[in-house]
Write a protein that binds this ligand. Structure first.
Ligand SMILES: Cc1cc2nc3c(=O)[nH]c(=O)nc-3n(C[C@H](O)[C@H](O)[C@H](O)COP(=O)(O)OP(=O)(O)OC[C@H]3O[C@@H](n4cnc5c(N)ncnc54)[C@H](O)[C@@H]3O)c2cc1C
Length: 498
């Protein structure tokens, strides 16, 4: 047993609201830090924080099972100082904690394994400063993603980070998970956009990485926190690059004869130093869903949506050059319908209806290099189809780079008995992640590792996982801050079962 398991807040159904004097002391202490209204101990509140959007957890909830435990309580600090005080109190009392943004993560990063205290950051929700000279914006970590982008747009700027989940996630959550937005081919992933941050380490110490374009003072401390998924501390403030809103944009919808020709065109566009705002190449299954009745796709069944934006003169040239590249690879320009449909629905979640109807739907995103992507798609496609006669598999590539791209896959099993579905679902993940690693890819492009990708982290990072564990042990020797995530050591008493 490690230290916290015996001395943390007890969690039976009555938890912190109970008559247990030790628990009442903890509640009173937390209330003294964040205010009584900002400590939640009711069972309904704790249920709401018992999972994120990990589909595996949703399947269990649908079957009236908890993925692991309820949290013991929820604290909502309103300042970075309050975050530090909560962490100091938690360390002094062996209470395990989990930073919580908006719970839109899909890998179980905020699932409480041993009745942790949730630290919800939504009260840290202010746009602190827009600096037009440096082209940066400073924002508190708990600010809702869309409210942040909207506030920038009101001043004529964009951060260029537009994930599908923008309305249901926080800026801190984007950074903690190393996320990607739909305009990543132009503006980069969040690790390219964040230039500085403030965080509170597990012992309550403040850390600041001043927002500077570049530095040469050893390994990047910023990048130790970006992608750390709450295991090394709590990010309280971020400074992001911003850009003037584009004065012009123009989309193009292309029909390609084959995926391979689509890959070649996307690769050449990125290697020609063009900067499309949007590139979305779909496999045949996903293309068919979006192009029904369009003649151009009869003999060219692969859809690719491109969008160029920025200064008009430059964007027009980029579009012309990109279309030449597409034509060289057998594509024709078609009408804009699929682009407008995507634009109108780009921030919608498609999984909810399937989940409600009893299906077992999940998405898995990996990264591959261009030299391996055709095989990666082909092999994964074939192997997933072999798992179950009625399994649905579809893929698209919407984050593209000079070296390779993200392969984003949807896997869906029909309604069936829970135990059978969980085993098949597990097999689909093993198939996808295993083949991806066999072909030299990365098991995750932007959803993070959370809890669910733990089993593949050793193969993904090899000795690198040991480096992260050493950092974790040094900063958090009692394994109190989001324990058991990122493939790191599980806390004693963890009830998580895959
Ligand atoms: C429908 C849907 C679409 C999605 N589309 C995208 C997409 O296009 N691109 C993309 O990148 N992701 C996408 N996601 C995944 C998810 O939205 C992102 O991972 C998002 O960045 C998580 O943000 P959050 O604020 O909800 O974090 P949470 O889910 O609350 O937390 C995620 C992890 O980060 C940690 N964390 C959160 N805030 C902090 C902080 N301030 N300091 C330290 N650790 C913290 C948590 O402990 C947890 O480990 C999608 C999810 C859904 C459900």
């Amino acid at each position: 047993m490690d230290k916290a398991s015996g001395s943390g807040i007890d969690l039976d159904a009555t938890a912190l609201g109970s008559a247990n004097p030790a628990q009442q002391t903890h509640v009173a202490a937390l209330a003294a830090i964040v205010g009584a209204d900002n400590v939640l101990t009711g069972v309904a509140d704790r249920y709401a924080y018992s999972r994120d959007r990990l589909p595996f957890a949703l399947y269990q909830l649908r079957a009236q099972q908890l993925p692991a435990t309820l949290p013991c309580a929820v604290a909502l600090p309103g300042t970075a100082e309050e975050v530090a005080s909560v962490l100091r109190y938690a360390r002094a009392n062996g209470i395990r904690v989990i930073p919580f943004g908006a719970g839109s993560g899909v890998l179980g990063g905020t699932i409480p394994l041993v009745q942790e205290l949730m630290i919800d950051l939504k009260r840290l929700n202010r746009l602190v400063e827009v600096n037009p000279t440096d082209a940066t914006a400073t924002v508190q970590a708990g600010m809702n993603g869309w409210q942040f982008e909207d506030a920038l747009r009101a001043q004529g700027y964009t951060a260029g980070h537009l994930p599908q989940s923008i309305t249901m996630s926080t800026v801190g959550g984007w950074a903690a998970c190393r996320g990607a937005g739909q305009a990543s081919s132009r503006y980069g992933k969040i690790e390219d956009i964040v230039v500085g941050l403030k965080a509170i380490l597990p012992d309550g110490q403040s850390l600041e990485v001043r927002p500077l374009s570049r530095r040469a003072v050893g390994p990047s401390i910023k990048d130790i926190l970006v992608g750390s998924e709450g295991v090394l501390g709590i990010i309280t403030e971020l400074t992001l690059r911003i850009w003037k809103l584009p004065e012009y944009s123009s989309a193009a919808v292309m029909a390609f004869p084959s995926i391979e020709q689509g890959f070649d065109a996307c690769r050449e566009i990125m290697q020609a130093e063009l900067r499309p705002e949007v590139v979305r190449l779909y496999d045949q299954a996903e293309s068919a869903q979006r192009t029904s009745g369009m003649e151009a796709f009869n003999d060219r069944p692969i859809l690719c949506i491109l969008k160029f934006s920025g200064k008009k003169a430059l964007a027009e040239v980029e579009r012309t050059l990109a279309l030449e590249i597409c034509a060289k690879h057998g594509a024709v320009l078609t009408t804009d319908g699929p682009y407008h449909h995507w634009e109108e629905t780009r921030f919608n979640s498609y999984s909810t209806q399937w989940q409600t109807d009893g299906y077992f739907m999940d998405t898995i995103e990996v990264t591959g290099n261009w030299s391996k992507l055709p095989q990666m798609y082909e092999q994964i496609h074939r192997a997933v189809h072999a798992i179950h006669p009625e399994i649905h598999f579809g893929a698209h590539w919407s984050h593209v780079y000079p070296e390779g791209a993200c392969q984003y896959m949807t896997v869906r099993l029909p309604p069936m008995e829970l135990e059978q579905a969980l085993a098949l679902h597990r097999k689909a993940w093993e198939t996808v992640e295993g083949l991806c690693l066999d072909l030299g890819g990365s098991i995750a492009h932007h959803h993070g590792a959370g809890l669910f990708r733990g089993p593949w982290m050793r193969r993904e990072l090899n000795a690198g996982l040991g480096i992260i564990q050493i950092l974790k042990d040094g900063l958090d020797p009692d394994n109190l801050v989001n324990p058991g995530k990122l493939g790191l050591r599980q806390p004693a008493g963890s009830t998580w079962k895959e």
